[in-house]
Structure formats: structure tokens, C-alpha cells
Ligand binder design. Structure first.
Ligand code: SF4
Length: 393
């Protein structure tokens, strides 16, 4: 591994992960080469150099890496993993393909925190130029708090878009809000910026009398997190006047204990909800898909949309179980499968038909101004705990 001042690191592009990483690598003094936003070109590069049977996220990741290496990156950081699905092999396969293509780079596999704090620390140690564990932990904490705040902004935007009076206002407010957040450095600044940014999104002109549908989004994490991979489905549904909540967020997914602060419901609760239908881990988000669908049904949502890459084993297991959940909890579920052959127009047609069905089903029932779930409402944006006198921030 090169000395930190010579490292030009890159990562896959996944939703707003780059905002968190930009902050983190900046604090560590490492140059971050952001992969260009994923595009058709990214996908074409990935398809060309990936095994045909690989899942869609691997192909998009490959395209991201090639574009970033061509921009001058010399180090790749990729999440490791293990379990029943193929994700644990992603990094190994991608590294081999890129070396076969003639690229020279260092490859850093970031092992999950659940493998032990020491393995996790060692993954970062090569980037942190002899920082003590304590100092590194502090940096990770502050950057992570900022990442949580970025997630909260997107979550709020999903809720507000369904009510916006003028098309596009929420998207513009979100961009402004993210700029405010990006400028925050210290923990108090992060907290102040988070509050100001949320106020900015809430200030979008809204028609709170509008009769909106409530839909939950579940499925494989990459498809949920990266808008390019799902044709920006959330914006399409939001523009149809659908209030959305998603069960997986970037910082929930990478959090040491996967504690789902942004979704707002503890992992254990989701697993308990899934248990009557699926009582063990099948990899990926298979079990979370089932548990979250039950949770959305119990919370009175009109429907659920499940997203999965073609050939995704954990989500295919969930898909085969979902009809039982639909029947028992009386909630319609639309399953959308994505690969490089999927077209946007077909997906929009299916969403329109689904929304029509939900409206017809709703009949005279009317839900106005769906409330935001409360669980993390009063917690500190910086330390994620309720403010108490011992709060260090
Ligand atoms: S969860 Fe599905 S899409 Fe994601 S890596 Fe595993 S098999 Fe592939």
C-alpha cells in the first residue's frame, strides 16, 4: 500500500455514499477520486468487462472503477462481506478483472464491523497514517454523523415530494440542503446544518390537503440506494403524488450494528416481523424485505414495491414468500426486476398501473399529511443519542 499522501482512492458510486466518503477521506488527508455519477456509459463498460451472469450491481461497480481509474485513481476501496449470497465475492472478482485489463492499483477490502473491531480498524489503518484507534474512531464518528444527516435529508425529500405544489421544488431544495450539509465540519456545525437543511426542505410550497398514497420500498440494498440502477423510481413515484418510505439507507446499511436509525425501526423488530414467514438469514436483504413489508402493512401503507436485480438469490427467496405476506396482511406488492435489458418505459407503465390499482382499492378512504415516524425525532444529529447532560457534542 502507498503512503497516505500518494493515495488517490475511489469507491463504487452508490446513492449519496460519496458525500459521506468525501468528508471522511478529507479528514484522513487522503485524496478521493469520486467515480463519475453512474450513467449508460458506466453500465456499458461494466457489461463489457463483467461475467454475463453477474448481478447488475457488480456490472455498474465495474463501470465505476474503470471510469475512476481512468480519472487517475490508484487505490480502490470495496466493502467485503460473507454470507449466503455472492456479495462476498464481488471485490475479489472485480480486482481480478481489472488487473487482467492491465490496470495497476492497490485494492483495499473493508471488512464488515461485525467481523470484529480490530479487522475493521486494520482496514482503515493503511489510510490513516498512524492515527491512534481513539483518534480514528472519533473521525469515523463525526463523518458518520454527517452521513446520517445526508440520509435524513433524502428521507425527508421523499416525504415532501408527494405534496409539493410546484413540480421540481423538492429536488432543488434537496440540492441546496446537501450543499449546506457539505460545508459543516465540527459536530455542532453538523447538527446546526442538519436542522437548517431540514427546515429548507420543509419550506417547499406544499399542498397538504392532497390525498396521497403511502407506499413502502423494499428489496436488494444496491437497487434501493443507487437511483441510476432503478431509473430514479422514487422520483417517478413521488411525482405521481406518492408518499414514500424506504427500508434501507446508506448509513443504516454500513452502520456497525445495522441499527436502522434512518428507517426508524430496529433490525431485531424487522426480523421478528419476518419470523412467521422466514425465520433465518438468507443473505442480502431477503429477511428485511419480508419483515419491512409486514411493518408497512401494519402501519397502514397502501402498497409495497420490491426492487431486485435479476438473479438475486436472497430477493428471489423473498419474492416467493411475499404472496403469503400479501394474503395475510392484505397489502398489494409490486415486484420489479432489473438487469441491463430493463427499459424505463416498461417500468413506468407498471408503476402507473400499480398506483391506479392502489387508488381504486383505497376507494373513499382518505389519508392527509401522513406523519413522519417518530423513533429518532429527538436524537442528536451528531451522536445519534437523545440529548442528555453527558452528551459530548
Ligand atoms: S444481494 Fe443479490 S444482487 Fe446483491 S450481491 Fe447478493 S445476489 Fe447479488
Amino acid at each position: 500500500m502507498r503512503p497516505p499522501d500518494q493515495i488517490k482512492i475511489t469507491t463504487p458510486h452508490m446513492g449519496n455514499l460519496h458525500l459521506l466518503l468525501d468528508d471522511l477521506f478529507g479528514r484522513l488527508g487522503v485524496e478521493y477520486i469520486k467515480p463519475p455519477r453512474s450513467s449508460t456509459k458506466t453500465l456499458q463498460l461494466g457489461i463489457k468487462h463483467s461475467p454475463e451472469f453477474a448481478c447488475l450491481p457488480l456490472k455498474i461497480n465495474m463501470g465505476n472503477f474503470i471510469q475512476a481509474l481512468d480519472k487517475g485513481a490508484n487505490t480502490i476501496a470495496m466493502a467485503g462481506g460473507h454470507g449466503p449470497c455472492r456479495f462476498g465475492y464481488y471485490g475479489i472478482v472485480e480486482e481480478r478483472i481489472l488487473r487482467d485489463l492491465g490496470y495497476e492499483f492497490d485494492f483495499l477490502m473493508l471488512e464488515p464491523f461485525s467481523d470484529g473491531a480490530w479487522a475493521f480498524y486494520k482496514s482503515f489503518a493503511s489510510l490513516s497514517a498512524g492515527l491512534s484507534i481513539r483518534r480514528l474512531w472519533k473521525i469515523l464518528q463525526v463523518s458518520f454523523a454527517k452521513g446520517r444527516a445526508f440520509d435524513r435529508l433524502r428521507k425527508r425529500a421523499l416525504m415532501v415530494r408527494a405534496y409539493e405544489a410546484n413540480h421540481g421544488d423538492t429536488g432543488r431544495a434537496l440540492k441546496e440542503a446537501e450543499k449546506i450539509m457539505a460545508g459543516a465540519g465540527t459536530a455542532p456545525e453538523i447538527e446546526a446544518a442538519a436542522a437548517a437543511s431540514l427546515r429548507l426542505i420543509d419550506s417547499v410550497d406544499q399542498d397538504r390537503e392532497r390525498d396521497v398514497l403511502k407506499v413502502g420500498i423494499v428489496g436488494e440494498f444496491y437497487l434501493l440506494l443507487e437511483p441510476f440502477s432503478n431509473f430514479d423510481l422514487e422520483e417517478i413515484l413521488g411525482n405521481m403524488g406518492v408518499y414514500l418510505e424506504r427500508c434501507v439507507w446508506v448509513t443504516d446499511w454500513i452502520a456497525p450494528r445495522r441499527d436502522n436509525k434512518i428507517f426508524g425501526y430496529p433490525k431485531q423488530m424487522i426480523e421478528e416481523k419476518a419470523a412467521p414467514f422466514l425465520s433465518h438469514n438468507v443473505g442480502g436483504e431477503g429477511r428485511e424485505t419480508i419483515g419491512s413489508t409486514v411493518l408497512f402493512a401494519e402501519r397502514g401503507f397502501d402498497g409495497v414495491v420490491q426492487l431486485l436485480p435479476f438473479g438475486c438469490m436472497p430477493e428471489n427467496i423473498a419474492t416467493s414468500i411475499l404472496p403469503k405476506v400479501q394474503q395475510k396482511h392484505d397489502i398489494p406488492v409490486l415486484t420489479l426486476t432489473f438487469d441491463e435489458q430493463t427499459g424505463r418505459a416498461g417500468m413506468v407503465t407498471r408503476l402507473e398501473a400499480f398506483v391506479d390499482l392502489l387508488r381504486a382499492r383505497r376507494g373513499g378512504r382518505r389519508i392527509i399529511a401522513a406523519p413522519e415516524p417518530a423513533p429518532d425525532r429527538n436524537s442528536c444529529a451528531a451522536c445519534e443519542r437523545k440529548h442528555v447532560s453527558s452528551c459530548r457534542f
